[in-house]
Ligand binder design. Structure first.
Ligand code: C2E
Ligand code: MG
Ligand code: MG
Length: 444
């Protein structure tokens, strides 16, 4: 009997249907000189799953995985079930880099936990990826892809093998891409489930006065804390940083307003990435944050890396000018780690310069490092900026920085980043200590 070409359990193409589709696509690809890729995936430990859940449980797993792939990929790929727990994807027009991204996306999709009855499964798969070679018949193309999957299985499963030595460097990048996709997924989840929050770290002058407080974004999803050096770059790459940044500006402005209502007029510094300043709506988002919170603009500062000040694009320049016109101040973050030319420092409209932690860490031993900190500090002060040292962890570093003439310091020595409610207590305590020290000095 001629097959209908459709698998009854999943509604995907069956082996026959897949072969017919593959034959048509390979012919098209040859005619139009378009790339064609195939991705063969097999579920790891499926025999154990079948053994413990029974055949109907196993079928439920297959059907669920198929529907996941279908709902996410049906417009980009042809999907087939090649046998028990074997799936195949065929996609036209994908360049090599895009193909590995697609493969990473499928891998992440399979890995999402799945509830079958009372059991939560964490499926993984072995995957083979191949590109159509010129004049290759469809059957051979699919066979090669299946062999790549076998190789992934042989290497322990839960991984992908890309056929062809020439693609090996990309294979090295796959883990990263896969992780990035996972992080992106978590960021979306965090945005929807209140998983984002701010922590605050004070910046103190040597006399104990609070210079400002830096707002640092945190992301927690299902109890797992994802550090900013992992999620910020992914948010920047995907454009999500624009939404995160708007949220951060609003939250920080409201926090500054809240503090000022409690009698503490402390400036809050917000980190701003390049991707935010190149987006058209930045000035509007800043304006909205100021207006909605009702905070005085001089209580908000934007931390920007030096290279951004040098950005000659109109968009960035206009946004920086708008911020200054609104009354918000600018600060140069991580100074000394970029590639900017010192001569242009004089043109930067910032009022604060933050010396990167890399210069502080080797103190007090590093004499040449100390000379550099001294020179940067002098330069910053001559240009009328407040100079802050980042990452101060011990009293010996503090003493060296005082000797170098730095105005204020930030670091674990004084305080780790803390939550909103802890911040108010901390600031009130600091205010009391400063008052006591002042009074003592006057009496003494
Ligand atoms: P940053 O702006 O230079 O922030 C200072 C970082 O140094 C923070 O790391 C802080 O926790 C850490 N730090 C402070 N004192 C010490 C110390 O004494 N020792 C050490 N080892 N570290 C210290 P965090 O919070 O992990 O943030 C890392 C970076 O992520 C930030 O560096 C900033 O570039 C970025 N970031 C954080 N929040 C945001 C945000 O809201 N928006 C954007 N665009 N970037 C952000
Ligand atoms: Mg910063
Ligand atoms: Mg910094």
């Amino acid at each position: 009997m001629e097959s209908t070409g459709i698998d009854t359990l999943t509604g995907l193409l069956d082996r026959q249907g897949c072969l017919r589709t593959a034959t048509r696509l390979t012919a098209n690809a040859r005619r139009s000189h378009q790339p064609l890729i195939a991705l063969w995936l097999n579920i790891d430990r499926f025999r154990t799953i079948n053994g413990s859940l029974g055949i109907s449980g196993g079928d439920a797993v297959i059907a669920k995985l198929a529907s996941r792939m279908q709902s996410r990929l049906q417009h980009r790929a042809h999907l087939a079930r090649m046998g028990s727990d074997d799936f195949l994807l065929l996609a036209s027009g994908f360049a090599a880099g895009e193909a590995t991204l697609l493969a990473a996306e499928v891998m992440a999709l399979i890995k999402q936990p799945m509830k079958i009855g009372s059991i939560v499964l964490h499926p993984t798969c072995s995957m083979g990826l191949a590109s159509l070679e010129y004049a290759e018949p469809a059957e051979i193309f699919l066979q090669r892809t299946e062999h790549a999957m076998f190789e992934a299985k042989r290497q322990g499963g839960d991984q992908m093998v890309v056929l062809g030595d020439e693609q090996l460097p990309e294979w090295l990048g796959i883990n990263l891409a896969r992780e990035e996709l996972e992080v992106e997924h978590k960021l979306h989840a965090a945005l929807e489930n209140n998983g984002l929050y701010l922590q605050f770290q004070p910046i103190l002058r040597f006399d104990g006065q609070v210079e400002s407080v830096e707002a640092l974004m945190r992301c927690t999803i299902n109890g797992e804390l994802i550090p900013p050096n992992i999620f910020i770059p992914v948010a920047e790459k995907t454009g999500l940083i624009v939404r995160l940044g708007e949220w951060c500006l609003m939250k920080a402005a409201m926090q500054a307003k809240h503090l000022s209502e409690a009698g503490i007029n402390t400036k809050i510094a917000v980190n701003v990435s390049r991707a935010q300043l190149t987006a058209p709506k930045f000035s509007k988002a800043l304006y909205n944050a100021l207006v909605c919170s009702g905070v005085a603009p001089e209580l908000i500062e934007l931390e920007i890396t030096e290279s951004l000040f040098m950005d000659v694009s109109d968009q960035v320049q206009n946004h920086l000018r708008d911020a200054i016109e609104m009354g918000v101040s600018l600060s140069i973050d991580d100074f000394g780690t970029g590639y900017s030319c010192l001569a242009t420092l004089k043109d930067i409209p910032a009022t604060k310069l933050k010396i990167d932690r890399a210069f502080v860490a080797p103190l007090p031993e590093d004499q040449r490092g100390f000379a550099l900190v001294k020179a940067i500090t002098q330069l910053g002060r001559e240009l009328g900026m407040t100079v802050v040292a980042e990452g101060v962890e011990n009293p010996a570093q503090l003493e060296k920085l005082r000797e170098a003439g730095v105005d204020a310091i930030q670091g674990f020595l004084h305080s780790r980043p803390m939550n909103e409610d802890q911040l108010l207590d901390w600031l009130l305590r600091q205010k009391k200590m400063n008052w006591a020290a002042d009074t003592f000095a006057k009496i003494g």
